[in-house]
Write a protein that binds this ligand. Structure first.
Ligand SMILES: *Cc1c(COP(=O)(O)O)cnc(C)c1O
Length: 352
């Protein structure tokens, strides 16, 4: 079975250096941290990894959480509360939405990747709120498109809002050094922008993080409930992520390979008449519409040795069911060839 359903984009979860780092850390520090970081669980690997992440992301500091989901649900209520507003892209990830709900700030939803619409929403509503936090995915998890970051920052500046960019899928994938959406657009880290990421996708480990100014880190250490009241990730996960960041930064060929594969798969699928957006990111939706159709295509792919998950509501909007292809830098030309041949065959003759 060839796996086209993993967010291990760079193939680092099985890299010998990453595995060795995890093994060594488990040998030295044990398999669990035993307590919340604020109690006694703050093992030495945290500071090392946080310094590495901050350097990569171009920020003063970073703070590691036990997952990306925990980072979102911890950070958003620490940055917005009653009397404030969270303005959320309509296709933002569930963790951002849940963070916004938990914050008890007013939720404003703006149309997908539409900074002009966000600008209009804030022009009408901004004065009703004390603070406004705009939240968006960097690289959208189900559509594979990239948020219009420079325009979103301009809107946030105009309305004195903060912007949280969830780079769960962009970390390691976008930007020359894999730094993510800011690096992709050549935007330097500014205090107004909070970067979120996960260790669990391209970095092949487990855990999440927030990167930003020192004062933000201090604030979150005191206010983010998912940090204060949750046991930290084990030393092995921290060490694995640290090794993976090193490889991700050094080995740009992994990103080049992903882009090549993406252009090839998208081009072949479109040539076969399938509805696939243009682009070169490793998340490729094949839009099928009906959820039963998406499940039939997934089953037929499985029967041919290809794992390509079908995605249906509530993960995507009604009528937006699809196959979601995730590419990995370690997929071979033969893997990609089998995928595009099968997609073209199904485009010609609908699987039943
Ligand atoms: C996966 C994901 C998360 C959550 O990260 P985990 O480390 O898996 O908890 C957050 N945001 C987005 C956009 C994601 O795709």
């Amino acid at each position: 079975m060839v796996n086209f359903g993993s967010n291990n984009y760079l193939g680092l979860a099985t890299h010998p250096e990453v595995i060795a780092a995890a093994q060594e850390a488990a040998g030295a520090e044990g398999t669990g941290t035993g307590a919340s970081r604020l109690l006694s669980g703050n093992q030495s690997g945290y500071r090392r990894l946080e310094a590495t992440l901050a350097d990569w992301k171009g920020t003063e500091s970073a703070l590691v959480f036990s997952s990306g989901f925990a980072a979102a649900v911890g950070a958003i209520p620490a940055l917005a509360g009653p009397g404030d507003a969270v303005a959320c892209d309509r296709l933002a990830h569930a963790s951002l939405l849940d963070g916004a709900r938990l914050s008890r700030a007013r939720l404003l939803v703006y149309p997908h990747a539409d900074p002009a619409a966000l600008d209009r929403v804030l022009a009408r509503q901004r004065r009703r709120f004390r603070r406004v936090l705009v939240v968006t995915d960097g690289l959208f998890s189900m559509d594979g498109d990239i948020c219009p970051l420079p325009e979103l920052i301009a809107v946030a500046e105009r309305h004195d809002a903060r912007l949280l960019v969830d780079d769960a899928h962009a970390t390691g994938v976008l930007g020359g050094g894999g730094g993510g959406t800011l690096e992709h657009f050549g935007v330097a880290g500014v205090d107004r922008v909070v970067q979120m990421g996960t260790l669990s996708k391209a970095l092949g480990s487990a855990g999440g993080f927030i990167a930003g100014p020192d004062v933000l880190r201090e604030w979150l250490v005191n206010r983010a409930r998912t940090l204060v009241f949750s046991t930290g990730v084990p030393a092995s996960s921290l060490a694995a992520a640290g090794a993976a960041v090193g490889l991700a930064r050094r080995q740009a060929w992994r990103r080049t390979r992903l882009r090549e594969l993406s252009v090839r798969v998208r081009g072949a699928a479109r040539a076969a008449g399938l509805v696939v957006p243009e682009g070169d990111t490793p998340v490729i939706p094949v839009m099928l519409g009906d959820e039963h159709r998406a499940m039939r295509w997934m089953d037929a792919m499985l029967a041919r040795g290809l794992f390509v998950p079908g995605v249906r509501p509530p993960t995507v909007p009604a009528g937006g069911s699809r196959l979601r292809i995730s590419l990995m830098a370690t997929h071979t030309d033969e893997h990609a060839g089998r995928l595009v041949e099968t997609l073209a065959a199904f485009a010609g003759r609908e699987p039943s």
